[in-house]
Design a protein around this ligand. Structure first.
Ligand SMILES: NC(=O)c1ccc[n+]([C@@H]2O[C@H](COP(=O)([O-])OP(=O)(O)OC[C@H]3O[C@@H](n4cnc5c(N)ncnc54)[C@H](O)[C@@H]3O)[C@@H](O)[C@H]2O)c1
Length: 421
């Protein structure tokens, strides 16, 4: 019995952090933790990504190759597919995807797989934190019961908290260190450990009374954005109908110093957060017998935007052209990243094709998309749709060639041949 205890890692002895999932959330967290003095094991079940990371090539924009290489060379970080290594950690954070299933309902299967994989190896006195976004109750009702069932029998004292990640990939200002971190734990000892852990990495930590508050706050933040984007998308259509420039209206409204926050219309919403997280909330509402009508309506409005954008673009083309050539500029879901998850440009392209258009695309940050490769900007087209304003896209040459452009990004102002949403 004593021998077993000696093998168990306690937080006083170990400054090892295991992060499950080495993607947009987990890898930047790993780098921040290395900077803060932690030894980090980056655990991921996708072997090619682990190999890529260990060769010093970062799969995410927010971690530079030289930063990753330095962390690897220092010996403070390595990626692995070996889940049993969590036994060395005093803190484990779970950063795996929480997508939707084919019914557009929460799909916790990846989270479940991750929890099953780590549970048998968790050492006594370990803090386990869920950073993945999910509905309130996920830590308490879903993660903890699995761990309690599968953990080693010696691991009698475990600590649990929820600290949803708020990273905004590609953001040059806000990062893991300077974005305040919400922390809500299941009891006071867990809260103390979680606060202490995040204080070691983040400048500001916000303590909330339960994991459910932290989980719900994350969903509120992203739902706030979904709803406001839907509002401005609907408003843009009204303005267009009335011949009013929506961006001038938004700028005018934003001159009010309080009570208004500007959002911009666009092709829709994309990425792993804004289109998905609010549906965790609508699902949670339905489980409790409530319809979250405003959120569902916002989701529908945003989903209708690609069709609206396609129709606006095709309306610019000479109707005698039966199969207009349409060039889409920017297919990533937002500027500055190559992330194409849930990009609304996918529906835009599908709708254009269904209307008989010959569609090509260009995005300097995306080498391959949906099985096709980009064309270059010299591709002859009847209209171009600026869907995502990627850095370095030379619009001048399109404008010089008098190509009609529908700008969905408010990047080009007051030039003839360029319409805005
Ligand atoms: N991307 C964002 O901007 C963002 C921001 C805040 C919060 N989040 C949330 O953070 C979580 C992770 O998102 P992400 O963007 O980092 O995802 P990601 O797809 O970039 O990375 C997740 C990683 O987890 C790995 N993985 C999947 N299943 C696994 C398993 N069972 N065991 C180990 N590794 C596994 C994948 O191979 C991948 O490398 C999600 O819940 C998401 O909603 C994301």
């Amino acid at each position: 019995m004593l021998a077993v205890r000696i093998l168990i890692v306690s937080p006083q002895e170990s400054q090892t952090l295991a992060i499950i999932g080495q993607g947009y959330v987990g890898l930047p967290l790993a780098m921040a933790a290395v900077d803060a003095g932690w030894t980090v094991l980056g655990i991921d079940n996708f072997a090619p990504k682990v190999a890529q990371i260990n060769s010093g090539r970062s799969p995410v924009e927010d971690v530079l190759d030289n930063q990753l290489a330095a962390a690897l060379a220092s010996g403070s970080y390595k990626a692995t597919t070996n889940f049993s290594t969590v036994a060395q950690a005093s803190v484990i954070t779970i950063c795996v995807p929480t997508p939707l299933d084919e019914r557009r309902e929460p799909d916790l299967s990846l989270l479940e797989n991750a929890v099953h994989a780590i549970a048998p190896f968790i050492s006594n006195e370990t803090l386990i934190v869920s950073e993945s976004t999910s509905y309130p109750g996920t830590l308490r009702d879903y993660i903890i019961p699995i761990i309690d069932k599968l953990k080693p029998k010696e691991s009698v004292n475990l600590y649990f908290a929820s600290a949803p990640e708020r990273v905004n990939p590609g953001d040059q200002i806000w990062n893991q260190k300077n974005t305040p971190r919400l922390v809500g734990a299941i009891n006071n000892p867990s809260q103390d450990k979680a606060l202490s852990f995040y204080h070691s990495i983040c400048n500001a930590v916000v303590s909330v009374s339960s994991p459910e508050v932290a989980e719900a706050a994350k969903l509120l933040e992203n739902t706030f954005r979904l709803v406001n984007i839907a509002l401005v998308n609907e408003f843009a259509q009204l303005c267009s109908m009335g011949g009013v420039n929506v961006h001038e209206v938004i700028d005018a409204a934003a001159s009010k110093p309080y009570g208004y926050m500007p959002f911009r219309p666009g092709v829709g919403v994309g990425g792993h957060c804004i289109p998905i997280d609010p549906l965790y909330l609508t699902w949670w509402a339905r489980q409790n017998g409530i319809k979250a009508a405003l959120i569902e309506s916002a989701d529908s409005i945003n989903h209708a935007m690609p069709k609206y954008v396609a129709e606006r673009a095709l309306s610019l083309v000479n109707p005698d052209i039966k199969n207009p050539k349409v060039l889409i500029l920017g297919v990533a879901y937002k500027p500055g990243v190559g992330d194409i998850r849930e990009t609304p440009v996918s529906e835009l392209r599908g709708y254009l094709i269904s209307k008989g258009a010959d569609v090509a695309w260009y995005d300097p940050l995306v080498p391959v998309w949906e099985g096709s490769e980009p064309v270059n900007l010299t591709w002859e087209c009847d209209v171009a749709i600026l869907a995502t304003m990627q850095p370095g896209v030379d619009l001048e040459q399109l404008i010089a060639r008098k190509i009609l452009i529908l700008d969905c990004t408010n990047s080009v102002v007051g030039l003839s041949g360029v319409s805005s949403l």
